[in-house]
Design a protein around this ligand. Sequence first.
Ligand code: HEM
Length: 371
Amino acid sequence: MVTVGAVGGGDPEPEGAHAPVSGGQSQITTVDPHGVHQAGTHRPLTPPTHLSLHVFESERSALSAADLAATLTELGTVISALTMPEPRHERLSAPPVDLTVQVGVGPRVVAAAGLTLDVRLPEFAGSDAIPARLRRGDLIISVAARHPEISVQASDVVAELLTAAGFTPSWSQLGFRPQGEGTIAANPLGFDDGIVQPATAGGVPEHVYLDEGPAKNGTIGVIRRFVLDTAAFARLDRDQQEHVFGRDKATGAPLSGGTRDTDVNLGTKTATGEYLVPAGSHVRAAHPSFTGSTLMLRRSYGYRESVDGRLDRSGLLFISFQDDLEVFSRTQSRMDREDRLMEFATATAEVAFLVLPGFDAERPLGSTLFR
Ligand code: HEM
């Protein structure tokens, strides 16, 4: 068994290690839930293939700091038990391979902790068509695992704890992604996603985690669920599809040239004066140079929705982490104005939240916010 605790060259934070699991499988990996940062943002580096996302809200008009402290502490204890390879949690039918349970808190919880941090999404194009219930959340739980049954079994345990504590499920989504390379995997439109990512220093991505205050080592998460018009996109020929993204479909390389790892060159033009990475392409619209932003860490999942008697719908559960909500908001606003990809994408749910700082046996989950 290998315990995954690091990006690339090694995360210096003391993540601890789980004891090896004896038994048949050669590559059983588990992820230590404890550490400076919660698992599920940059570790494991390669996102597990299955995601079970659940957004909960409290019907109480005022949230009590004491109640929140107690619920988060209990949640942390349950997460430690669920992710332990041995003894295996009684509700899991197999080892918790790559299991991470990440906890985020919405604007009302942030306010109850007395923080002035901005985790409230502004309105984007189409936000007004999303029911209010799908635009808010008090607790945001992302459960990821290699095996689908483990992600849902673990999220059932968490959901039972939270409903007993007075929270109500408001929306949820199962997601999946191919086994990628690091953060990169093909998305439901068939293009490699997750290529451009923040630089890492000592294994920790830069400009992702907050570096001061009670939320230090937390991060601002954003999730937007987009239905994708895969049929309309498939009707474009290959060149047109590549113009929507600004990248080569087969290799992932930017249309300005090079390989998948080459930086996008936004200045290069054809002999007739058109940009090689076209105006209106996604990588041009989302490029941080136009918004004066740092890079967000993207960790999205595809999903499929089966509705009896109708054609299934595919979509993307876009997920990003950054140290400032503005990084996301400025990018999304620019995409709303400039990005042809948005012609194929309709947002159906959205939420921003603070991913709580990491925890361990001595520092319960949420304890830096609710002392
Ligand atoms: C609607 C569904 C979306 C799809 C299918 C999609 C897909 C992609 C793909 C294929 C790339 C190029 C490869 C890469 O660098 O990862 C990319 C880049 C990027 N996307 Fe998206 N994306 C979507 C939505 C968003 C949203 C909502 C944002 C943020 C508001 C965003 C931000 C970015 C950024 C910052 C880049 C890197 C741009 C660069 O510096 O080259 N994307 N996306």
